[in-house]
Design a protein around this ligand. Structure first.
Ligand code: COA
Length: 186
């Protein structure tokens, strides 16, 4: 007789051990040169955004143990202009994990490359990365294990952002479906 309990294929996925926030936290540092400027002579926002994406991508790859792609980038804030000769530090960590996605929080700091004055914060951003397999399909990520009170606050705030992202996507999809049903072409 078949033992249903032991022969049944489990419908839940095996747990993946969690990883602490500090295991993948990363800082990327770069000195800004004349190649990085916009027409006003300060550093181009796109240069900063690339550094942010690079640092966050490294964190997402380290946390998930493999390839991860940027799914979205939001709340990119530029707080102060960045100048040629600034040493820019891009600090990134996993704030929150879902099933296959991770929110990475990034802080951008700048200091003069040849002065000992403390660095000031010049920007911040939140990015969602999806871990993918060799076929580009989403794969599971280890749960992040917040270690400090600050990590726990960031985790809770990331959950709020996640709720708003999903609600916004759903509301826009529903509006488009409604307009299509009403005969609008665009
Ligand atoms: C990101 C991508 C893998 C998602 O694939 P998909 O088939 O839509 O898969 P899913 O809907 O299951 O989404 C996977 C996860 O990403 C999250 N996600 C997908 N799109 C998102 C978005 N725009 N914002 C926030 N999260 C998003 C989902 O919520 C899900 O998370 P969860 O498993 O933790 O709940 C796919 O859209 C893709 O490959 N995009 C291109 C990525 C890219 O080229 N980036 C730039 C270069 S790295």
């Amino acid at each position: 007789m078949t033992d249903q309990a032991t022969d049944a294929i489990p419908d839940i996925e095996p747990d993946i051990p969690g990883k602490p926030t500090s295991a993948s936290r990363t800082t990327l540092s770069h000195i800004m040169t004349h190649n990085d400027t916009n027409l006003l002579g300060t550093v181009h926002g796109g240069v900063i955004m690339k550094l942010v994406d690079d640092a966050a991508g490294a964190v997402a790859g380290r946390h998930s143990g493999g390839p991860a792609v940027t799914a979205s980038m939001d709340e990119m804030a530029f707080l102060e202009p960045v100048r040629v000769g600034d040493l820019v530090h891009v600090k990134a960590q996993v704030n929150w994990t879902g099933r296959t996605s991770m929110e990475v929080g990034v802080r951008v700091l700048a200091e003069r490359w040849n002065e000992s004055a403390p660095a000031t914060q010049v920007g911040s951003a939140y990015l969602v990365f999806a871990a993918v397999d060799a076929d580009g399909k989403p794969r599971r990520v280890p749960p992040v294990l917040p270690e400090t009170d600050r990590d726990r606050r960031r985790y809770q705030e990331a959950q709020i952002r996640r709720t708003h992202r999903l609600a916004r996507r759903r509301a826009i999809r529903e509006l488009r479906e409604k307009r299509a049903a009403e005969g609008f072409e665009d």
